[in-house]
Ligand binder design. Structure first.
Ligand code: 13P
Length: 287
């Protein structure tokens, strides 16, 4: 059964570890993340961007696939199905489709409009027992066409949004989606500490988990980050393993072209990346 992310994130915050959000793109991705979480007894959040939802033919398909897969695979660890960087309309579609969590990304609106829309969605989610993530200060880089400049959030605006009763808050602290450029200045722990001071107990979310050095991940967790999003790193692992299989000519040996064989190395590579992240985030054995 899918659960809201509230309880798992509050436990993570109190226990000083973080729950990973791994974005899913298809059946192989979903299976790899669910099986790894179950094997390692870790809570997990499956992230679905609007683009990935569309690719999988719609949020209803995604919710049905995840729910059925959890039943067939006998997954017993807590799993939240979460909309990543949702638009206002996308949030309502996911609520209707049976997701257990949403992110409303109103960071590109003026703060008053972000507040107004977030407030409305908080009320809807509360009634349905769903968790909701809000964002202040855009996350840099590009994800599924959503481009952000990587600004640092204003701690006072963070407090304004946190006070609306969201479950978790994504505050820009110099993090960006995708690979980090060579000249990246690193996370702004000054901003993170200032945000934490304003929002108190609110579990904080770190986007752009791909490529952040281990020491910075650990420091972010010590300063109140309870959820870390990873997307690009699983995509790179999948692509590398698939390329190696094809370059070795394995698709041309026997029935190596069978999709169940062709996609297997990539699926195993996703599992390895998810495991590595769960170890780093400290969520293993916390289910
Ligand atoms: P990366 O693709 O950089 O890992 O970021 C993922 C993310 O933040 C999803 O919202």
């Amino acid at each position: 059964m899918l659960v809201s992310a509230k309880e798992m994130l509050e436990k993570a915050r109190d226990g000083k570890y973080a729950v990973g959000q791994f974005n899913i793109n298809n059946l192989e991705w979903t299976k790899a993340v669910l099986l790894t979480a179950e094997e390692l007894r870790s809570p997990v959040i499956l992230g679905v961007s609007e683009g990935a939802g569309k690719y999988m033919t719609g949020f209803k398909t995604v919710a049905a696939m995840v729910k059925a897969m959890m039943e067939e695979l006998k997954i017993t660890v807590p799993v939240a199905l979460h909309l990543d960087h949702g638009t206002y309309d996308g949030c309502y579609k996911c609520i209707e489709a049976g997701f257990s969590s949403i992110m409303f990304d109103g960071s590109h609106y003026p703060i008053a409009e972000n507040v107004e829309k977030t407030k409305e969605l908080v009320a809807v989610c509360r009634e349905k027992g769903m968790s909701i993530e809000a964002e202040v200060g855009s996350i840099g880089g590009e994800e599924d066409g959503v481009v952000g400049a990587g600004e640092c959030a204003d701690p006072n605006e963070c407090k304004q949004i946190a006070d609306l009763g969201v479950t978790m808050l994504a505050a820009g602290i110099g993090n960006i989606h995708g690979k980090y450029p060579e000249n990246w200045a690193g996370l702004s722990f000054e901003t993170l500490a200032a945000v934490k001071e304003k929002v108190g107990d609110m579990p904080l979310v770190l986007h752009g988990g791909t490529g952040i050095p281990e020491d910075q991940i650990k420091k972010a967790i010590s300063l109140g980050v309870a959820k870390i999003n990873v997307n690009t790193e699983c995509q790179i692992s999948f692509a590398e393993a698939t390329r190696a299989y094809i370059e070795a000519g394995k698709d041309q040996q026997g029935k190596g072209y069978d999709p169940r064989k062709l996609l297997l190395p990539g699926t195993e590579a996703i599992k390895a990346t998810v495991k590595e992240k769960m170890e780093l985030f400290g969520s293993i054995g916390k289910a």
